[in-house]
Design a protein. Structure first.
Length: 357
């Protein structure tokens, strides 16, 4: 049966979104000859009832399809805005655009809002998880995470050599909002000495003890400290409760650096520098793994529509793509790093300080 499906990207962008759009359009067109409408700027586009007809090879340059390797999203995205204030108009847009189904590529916040709209409007919604934070529940992978981890690892490689040349402590602040997956994965892969994540309170004594141990036991004169933007101590409620990280007068990286500099366990005055990787983590060419997940997710989303199995999110579990109810995803997200996580144990066995004491 001929269908008309909408697709949108919502929330913070990340590498791999265009791969997912490409996969949806390819599968919908080649296998089903369905019409695919791109909705720009997520709920903003729905509100304004704007669409773009997406065609195979629509962006080809001499036969080269740039969507596989392009970061960002050709549809544009928003991660702010008062969607719920315009809920009834947005809900009505689904029928006004004569959509048979809507594919939303989003993180936990966007999926929660779109799920609510879909329930109220009786939409046929399918979700694809994306976020560099990797905190969407019930999936081991979200689009964008792997590329962001690789970007941080690349930065750590560079920073390690300059830290070693100058005998410096390099504090590297990474994103992740309330979750530490990004810091934990990249910190282990990038050779960090300390990894501070929101889920496991750190103590500045623990961080400085690690730095002095490196020097006294191993003769190491430099150290790499990876700090998630939401890291906290057991008592640091003022920082920890600030959800709007961008508005922190001094970000977590600088905050930790100041604490290290003034700590009395370190008898020499340490030369400490801070690197805030910021939105660099959201850019770049998608990694092979993100391209693969995005392509498999896009294909699976179209399959769900073909089976008219709605209200589901495609997910990666145990090496394959499955689907899970969006309502369960929303109830369990954002997913924190569990304290007994095998990577936390791995990091500690490698001698990395990961907080607590
Ligand atoms: O959720 C993705 C993310 O990049 C977080 O890691 C970060 O805290 C936030 O978005 C930044 O948002 P913005 O792009 O609005 O500054």
């Amino acid at each position: 049966m001929q269908k008309r499906i909408g697709i949108l990207t919502s929330g913070g962008d990340c590498p791999g979104l265009n791969c997912a759009i490409r996969a949806v359009v390819s599968h919908a067109k080649l296998q089903h000859d369905w019409e695919v409408l791109g909705i720009p700027y997520a709920t903003q586009g729905l509100l304004e009832r704007k669409t773009t007809l997406l065609n195979l090879h629509g962006l080809d340059l001499r036969g080269i399809d740039p969507l596989l390797s392009m970061g960002g999203t050709i549809l544009g995205s928003i991660n702010k805005g008062d969607t719920l204030a315009h809920a009834s108009e947005i809900i009505a847009s689904y029928r006004a655009l004569a959509l048979d189904a809507l594919i939303a590529i989003g993180g936990d916040g966007s999926l929660a809002i779109l799920h609510q709209l879909a329930c109220q409007g009786n939409w046929n919604l399918i979700a694809i998880p994306k976020t560099i934070d990797n905190d969407v529940a019930l999936t081991e992978r979200a689009i964008g995470f792997d590329t962001a981890v690789n970007t941080i690892v690349d930065a750590l490689n560079r920073l390690t050599f300059t830290a070693a040349s100058h005998d410096r402590v390099m504090v590297v602040e990474v994103m992740g909002r309330t979750a530490g997956h990004l810091a934990l994965h990249a910190g282990i892969a990038g050779g960090a000495d300390c990894i501070l994540i929101p889920e496991i309170p750190y103590s500045i004594d623990g961080v400085c003890h690690q730095i002095s141990e490196l020097r006294d036991r191993w003769g190491r004169k430099f150290a790499i400290v990876v700090v998630a933007e939401g890291a906290k101590t057991a008592n640091d409620s003022s920082i920890a409760e600030t959800q709007n990280f961008a508005s922190l007068e001094c970000g977590m990286g600088q905050y930790i650096a100041n604490q290290i500099k003034s700590h009395n366990i370190l008898t020499d005055r340490l030369d400490v520098r801070v690197s805030i990787l910021g939105h660099i983590q959201r850019g770049g060419i998608p990694s092979a793994l993100d391209r693969l997940s995005a392509t498999a997710f896009g294909k699976a989303a179209v399959d769900l529509i073909a089976r008219e199995q709605y209200g589901q999110m495609v997910a990666w579990q145990n090496g394959r793509v499955v689907d899970v109810p969006i309502v369960d995803v929303v109830a369990r997200s954002p997913l924190p790093v569990a304290p007994d996580n095998y990577l936390v144990q791995t990091a500690r066995c490698m001698g990395i300080y990961v907080g607590d004491g």
